[in-house]
Design a protein around this ligand. Sequence first.
Ligand SMILES: *Cc1c(COP(=O)(O)O)cnc(C)c1O
Length: 345
Amino acid sequence: MLPFESLVRANIQRLTPYSCARDEFKGRAASVFLDANENPYNTPYNRYPDPLQEELKAKLAKAKGVPAKNIFLGNGSDEAIDLIYRIFCEPRLDNVVAIAPTYGMYAVCADINDVEYRAVPLNDDFTLNGDRLLAAVDDHTKVIWLCSPNNPTGNAFNRKEIERIVTTFQGIVVIDEAYSDFNDLPPFRHALDVFPNIIVLNTFSKLWASAAIRLGMAFASEEIIALFNKVKYPYNINQLTQQQAMRMLDELPRVNQWRMTIVNERRNLLPAFAELPICKAVYPTDANFFLARMTDAESIYHYLIDRGIVVRNRSRVQLCGNCLRITIGTPQENNALLGALRQYR
Ligand SMILES: *Cc1c(COP(=O)(O)O)cnc(C)c1O
């Protein structure tokens, strides 16, 4: 891994972060808070939330098996994705390398930050091609974006191939594991000590069934977490979100039940879907969705819309011609999908 001085933008290294009232006063108990120009009424919403979300991170550390000092929390994974560009990539000078097809936000955030985005196709069977990815790297490549299980293809990549990229590349490798809860593969967040140049992304939006509260996680070395904390907005996670996330973390049995139901539904739905005459292929998935190649994705998509069922039409995405991406729903929803498609003419 390159030294931080050559990986981190100079303005970020020089940056003096905003110092908020709750940063300066810490520790000793106080009962009169006249330091932040808050309104004394309307408890508890009158107070600024904890800028570093320490209580929530302590709970999360237990649930995820990652020390709190290695956790950053963002307003969705989207915030972490954007911060990675702002910390490491000099606009119009640096570039990033990513797999294609993959999650759209990596490219959108590159465009917003005016950073060159080098999209490198996966193999035809959606497996990872490390050599092709590494061949796209040059001296100005700061970040490689990997997503495993990948969206929209659904498959997790070979771990040895990911490790080879992580150990060969001298910059930052992001491994987005938004869907890692839906398989039994060992997650990379437990390997931060072995691979100091990785940033692992997780989210409350999928398994934790909390997309509405906007809470994403980044797991990384203490040095990288310190950079995130320096650049983020001071109160990026609001109080309602912190409270609701803690409530969810107290409901682990219920969440595990959801996991089992969804994985079980996936096991039932995939073979039934593959038997539909209009389905040409169902691709292997390690996530809570699957990609299916259809005879005519466009018209099947609109046929489903007419019946009140919305799936994602991915047929204009690289390597995904005539493909639909379908989320695993409740047993009733999955049956409604199959029932509608069996009547497609
Ligand atoms: C859904 C998804 C996310 C979640 O993003 P949030 O901003 O946390 O809701 C992240 N990465 C991938 C690949 C996803 O598909």
